[in-house]
Design a protein around this ligand. Structure first.
Ligand code: HEC
Ligand code: HEC
Length: 359
């Protein structure tokens, strides 16, 4: 047999190496394929949306364990699942608009300038996902619905624009525009997995029991000074971040705050909001204010000056006004002072009697 010269030796060497490599790769592939189909969790292939959802829900349930089992509060779907939606870009934009409204739509907004500098998220905490943090869970399942304030059936667009015109003391968004479509897509996405008409536990705000006296702005002032002023400021004007666009601490009264037509201007809404959410860090399970403190600080904040709004078209049926709507005329004999600060129990009792009479 002829001896191989050096070049030929090198060639044989290289070819042998290549063959080894191919064999190795082949074995690795075989092992991967086997793992894929034998259901070892890391490699489990999830090729449809339902399976992804089921897995995320199971994980969420396991994560919160006992807490979820005992209080059964609504939990927002896992945001990583947004990527599985055909309109995921729209949904993500909607979430961003809710979290950082002022960047896009505030006085220095880069899309439109149509609202005060607040973010939806200042009141709808964690982009509208926090239990008893005024979350949006009940919106997709319950709208369109009849609302006494407008005396009409409202869809999600109308309800969102209510907050633009009142809570953000601004103008309504064009319903067909990308911004409204995005906000509505995100809110609908949050309702995934809920049945039509369902109002999950933990949606909206905490309903506090009425005090047996009127809420007291003087007492509330002390609460404010001790537990709120450090963030929201001596004059309630809040503090902007260094960028001058988004609030670090949003305003509670004054020209940049919500107007007199906003939900928080009703004492029960304000008290319910702060009870489960303020001072920052408070939760439904771990509140930091007594009920009395919550009602009194609500009375103090809502007796400070804030933007006006024409409310002449609101509550076309006056008997539909909630007990704590602070502007007459009323279908009962209680005055504006009592409708604003309470005591609310006597008003509620009369309301209940009237309702029973009608039935
Ligand atoms: C100053 C606080 C505040 C801000 C800011 C705010 N909202 Fe609201 N929003 C409320 C209150 C209060 C309610 C009524 C809650 C209740 O009555 O239980 C509400 C209700 C809603 C609802 C109806 C919820 C339901 O379950 O029926 C939607 C939808 C909504 N807001 C959207 C928005 C959007 C979108 C933004 C931003 C453009 C926004 N809100 C900004 C305070 C605010
Ligand atoms: C440690 C700082 C801090 C303290 C103390 C605090 N807040 Fe807040 N508050 C915030 C922040 C931050 C937000 C907005 C939350 C967000 O955007 O996620 C907020 C939001 C609010 C809102 C809704 C938005 C608005 O501006 O209308 C109200 C109402 C409110 N706080 C009331 C109170 C009251 C009443 C107290 C005292 C009992 C209080 N806060 C104490 C930081 C604080």
């Amino acid at each position: 047999m002829q001896e191989l010269n050096d070049n030929e030796k090198q060639l044989v060497h290289a070819v042998t190496k290549l063959v080894h490599l191919i064999v190795c790769l082949f074995f690795i592939s075989v092992v991967l394929i086997i793992l894929q189909y034998t259901g070892i969790p890391k490699f489990t292939r999830i090729n449809n949306k339902e399976a992804l959802w089921a897995q995320a829900m199971a994980k969420a349930a396991a994560d919160t364990g006992a807490v979820k089992k005992t209080n059964n509060l609504w939990q927002a779907p896992d945001t990583t699942l947004i990527a599985t939606e055909a309109n995921h870009e729209l949904i993500l934009y909607g979430r961003e608009l809710i979290a950082n409204t002022a960047y896009y739509l505030g006085p220095k907004g880069k899309v439109f300038q149509l609202s005060n500098g607040m973010n939806c998220q200042n009141c709808h905490l964690d982009a509208g996902t926090k239990a008893f943090g005024n979350n949006y869970s009940a919106v997709a399942p319950t709208y369109p619905k009849f609302r006494e304030r407008s005396g009409s059936v409202e869809n999600i667009y109308k309800r969102v624009n209510d907050c633009f015109e009142r809570s953000l003391n601004g103008k309504a968004l064009d319903t067909n525009g990308r911004e409204m479509q995005a906000i509505s897509a995100y809110i609908k996405w949050l309702g995934n997995g809920l049945k039509k008409g369902e109002k999950p536990k933990g949606s909206g705000l905490t309903e506090l029991a009425y005090l047996n006296r009127a809420a007291d702005p003087e007492k509330g002032k002390l609460v404010y000074q001790q537990k709120c002023r450090s963030c929201h400021g001596e004059n309630g004007a809040g503090v902007l971040k260094p960028d001058g666009i988004i609030y670090q601490y949003p305003p509670l009264w004054g020209e940049h705050s919500y107007n007199i037509g906003a939900g928080l201007y009703r004492l029960s809404r304000f008290a319910g909001y702060v009870k489960s959410n303020m001072p920052l860090g408070a939760t439904y399970d771990a509140p930091q204010l007594s009920d009395e403190e919550a009602w009194d600080v609500a009375a103090f904040v809502n007796s400070q000056a804030r933007p006006a709004k024409d409310l002449s078209k609101d509550w076309p049926k006056i008997s539909g006004k909630p007990v704590d709507h602070p502007f007459g005329p009323y279908s009962d004999k209680f005055n504006e002072q009592q409708h604003k600060y309470g005591p609310f129990e006597p008003i509620a009792a009369v309301k209940k009697k009237d309702k029973n009479k009608k039935q």
